[in-house]
Design a protein around this ligand. Structure first.
Ligand code: ADP
Ligand code: MG
Length: 710
């Protein structure tokens, strides 16, 4: 093989190849330079170019630096690029040195975690998701230095370190004080990226690994955080410097040759024709809803409604782009609020394993980007600003599971509003001005502040999220851990069954159990095995999302509209303000679309509508049910104040106003007396409300025993 490699004149072979396959591109490049600066060669084209092609392709991988120079030589000697400027001067050489030769479509990818010393100085192709990008800034490549006598000395710059010539390059001159002349120097656009392994490539729970990418010239500024990319380039190493000392450890980065942005969101999931048949078959089964729901976290007992909702969430509604340029969100957001130890975190982790493009994170995550995005100054940028993607950006076109949402940072809480509804995040800071996309559905979990959920106080306070944010969730489930003899026994049995099966498997590995075969373990594991295995379900989801775009039928529409009207009219007889907002109607539509998608149906029928009405109703009853008045009151979610407590506030304010007439302020005792005797409120609740209003600054207490309105 080696001998064979020697025989070929590389440059000439490249010339023949380029003339045959890339003549048009080269001509275009000659014409359009410097607006077009790159010749992009398909590695697949090269590999397909007979035996020479294979050899050249191998050589590119092994000795990329030399190969790229060979190609440039081939272009030069073969006169593959020629152009004259207006005055008739030949500028071909300028173009040839100015262009970039880039390779794309490499068949074999190296995982970031598998990059080793053996790859150094080799051509590699890695895929990942962009975590950070720096600003695009010029970098000095060749410095022009002038000495006091006016002579110019040129010095090529190494990556990252600025070097000045010690002495003037002119033979007769001994001047030492040279200064950089910018407009005679050569600069190149440069940018750094940090890419991270894609979540799909990770085996459950592994921390994703990163690698830095160095890019220059015309491919700068084309990617944003959250993009899925394939980076092709040469793996380089730089010596690490710790505390001013050169270390023997080297850091790795990829000198980028080309970037490919992958656009198809579900291409990670391969569906064969056979799979397609199976999926279509499953979709006709009337019991498919239950099957899918039961396949989500089978080790968790019960929680059927939650699992059904999560199933719909994974299928998702339809994102719509309207002719006026606006778009309607199709992603369904679900929030699980509940007592500790009720398997919320377990559910979230399971969903991530199922859903294509799932990201799991905790609200109190350590990364500076948090849930959305952040602009930071750090080592990656060498003092430049870098833009880092948070969980929702990384989960673009997938699902983000955010645990412990009650503990998220303040910045996240405010940026989540935009991220959830508009599905984008705008960052404008320093030199960075970007809009990142967050087209993902959010599955959140939150623990109530005081440990347990208290149905009598408002949910917004308990989970530490403003009502405006809560209203962006299509469904909010309250998971309560109420002791219940039957249920507890069932859960206990279920948990123990899975532990016992697990113990047996582990035991069998070390000390084989006589007579235990695969069949035996299958039976043992049956209660905790998903009915549809995760790999197939994932394919099912991807297939439905790719191919199924159902439309609402009139009958189904009727049901949704009617339910919505019903909700709104609950309060018409009283003076109740609007109890349900249009957001609930949109949620209904999205869920109904998802429901039809489960069947791979083209139409959203009456059953879909009924199914989602039932789910939404269950949720609203838990979340918006006002125990004081016995009605559903979405204000509990949307404003954090229930109608009945709003009424009480109003009455209290009026009472204070009347009693304060003339005197300027009212005696607290009088206020409480009036509230109790005339309006039939309890003394405790009045005192509590007075306290609350004082704290919120709505009323003030000029003296210890008086109050007045502000
Ligand atoms: P949370 O996040 O709600 O505080 P976790 O998800 O950490 O709770 O769950 C605590 C443990 O309790 C987990 O090991 C989980 O498997 C178990 N568990 C709780 N509820 C159930 C259930 N219904 N079925 C099976 N296991 C459960
Ligand atoms: Mg938890």
């Amino acid at each position: 093989m080696a001998a064979e490699l020697e025989i070929i004149d590389r440059s000439e072979e490249w010339g023949v190849f380029l003339k045959k396959k890339y003549k048009t591109d080269l001509n275009k490049l000659a014409r359009e330079y410097p607006y077009t600066k790159s010749l992009t060669i398909g590695y697949d084209v090269l590999e397909g170019y007979g035996k020479t092609g294979t050899i050249l392709a191998d050589e590119l991988l092994e000795r990329p630096g030399k190969t790229l120079e060979d190609i440039r030589d081939a272009i030069r000697t073969g006169h593959l690029i020629s152009r004259k400027d207006r005055e008739g001067n030949d500028i071909s050489e300028d173009i040839i040195t100015g262009i970039n030769i880039r390779f794309i479509h490499l068949p074999r990818k190296t995982q970031i975690r598998d990059i080793r010393a053996e790859h150094i100085n080799k051509f590699v192709s890695v895929d990942g998701i962009i975590r950070r990008v720096t600003e695009v800034r010029p970098r000095l490549v060749i410095g022009a230095f002038r000495c006091p006598a006016g002579h110019f000395t040129y010095k090529a710059q190494d990556y990252g370190t600025y070097t000045e010539p010690d002495v003037c390059g002119n033979a007769e001159c001994t001047q030492k004080k040279l200064e950089l002349v910018q407009n005679r120097s050569t600069f190149i656009d440069s940018q750094k990226l940090r890419i991270q392994e894609t979540p799909e490539g990770l085996r459950g729970g592994e921390q994703p690994q990163n690698i830095d990418i160095d890019i220059v010239d015309d491919i700068c500024g084309i990617v944003s955080p959250g993009d899925r990319v394939i980076v092709n380039g040469i793996l380089r190493s730089v010596q690490r410097i710790t505390a001013g000392q050169k270390s023997t450890v080297f850091d790795l980065f990829v000198e980028c040759n080309s970037i490919e942005i992958s656009i198809k969101e579900f291409e990670e999931v391969n569906i064969s024709e056979e799979d397609e048949e199976t999926i279509k078959d499953m979709a006709t089964d009337p019991g498919v809803y239950g099957k899918i729901a039961r396949s989500i976290a089978p080790t968790i007992y019960g929680n059927d409604e939650v699992k059904e909702a999560i199933a719909l969430q994974m299928f998702g509604g339809i994102a719509k782009e309207m002719p006026d340029g606006s778009s309607l969100r199709g992603d369904i957001h679900v929030l699980l609020v509940g007592d500790p130890g009720i398997a919320k975190s377990q559910l979230l982790r399971y969903v991530i394993k199922l859903a294509p493009r799932g990201i799991y994170t905790s609200g109190k995550s350590a990364s500076s980007a948090g849930l959305t995005a952040a602009a930071v100054k750090d080592d990656l940028g060498d003092g430049r600003w870098t833009l880092e993607a948070g969980a929702l950006v990384l989960a673009d076109k997938g699902i983000a599971a955010v645990d412990e949402m009650d503990k998220m940072q303040k910045d996240d809480r405010s940026s989540l509003h935009e991220a959830m509804e508009q599905q984008s995040i705008s960052v404008a800071k320093a030199g960075i001005n970007a809009t990142l996309r967050t087209r993902c559905s959010l599955l959140g979990a939150a623990n109530p502040k005081l440990g347990r959920f208290d149905e009598f106080s408002n949910i917004s306070e308990q989970v530490n999220m403003p009502p405006s944010l809560l209203s962006r969730f299509d469904l909010i489930f309250i998971m309560k851990d109420k002791p219940d003899a039957v249920r507890d026994l069932n859960i206990a049995n279920h948990i123990l069954k899975s532990h016992m099966a697990g113990e047996k498997i582990m035991h069998h590995k070390k000390h084989p159990i006589p007579g235990a075969d695969d069949e035996y373990f299958k039976r043992e594991l049956a209660p905790v095995m998903p009915e549809i295995d995760a790999v197939l379900l994932r394919k099912y989801l991807a297939y439905a999302k790719r191919n199924c775009f159902p439309m609402l039928t009139d009958d189904a529409k009727e049901i949704l509209v009617q339910y919505y009207q019903n909700l709104r009219s609950v309060a018409i007889d009283s003076d109740k303000p609007v109890p349900v907002t249009a957001r609930q109607l949109e949620a209904l539509v999205r869920l109904a679309e998802a429901s039809a998608r489960v069947r791979l149906a083209d139409e959203i029928d009456v059953d879909d509508a009924k199914r989602v009405v039932k789910i939404v109703d269950t949720c609203l009853k838990q979340v918006a049910y006002d125990p004081a008045s016995g009605t559903i009151d979405i204000d509990r979610v949307a404003t954090g104040i229930t109608k009945s407590s709003r009424d009480m506030t109003r009455i209290l304010r009026e009472t204070i106003k009347i009693l304060a007439e003339g005197a300027g302020s009212a005696k607290i005792d009088n206020v409480i007396d009036t509230m109790v005797s005339q309006h039939k409120y309890g003394k405790d609740e009045v005192e509590k409300l007075l306290d609350k209003l004082k704290r919120s600054g709505d009323i003030i207490s000029p003296r210890n025993d008086t109050v007045k309105l502000l």
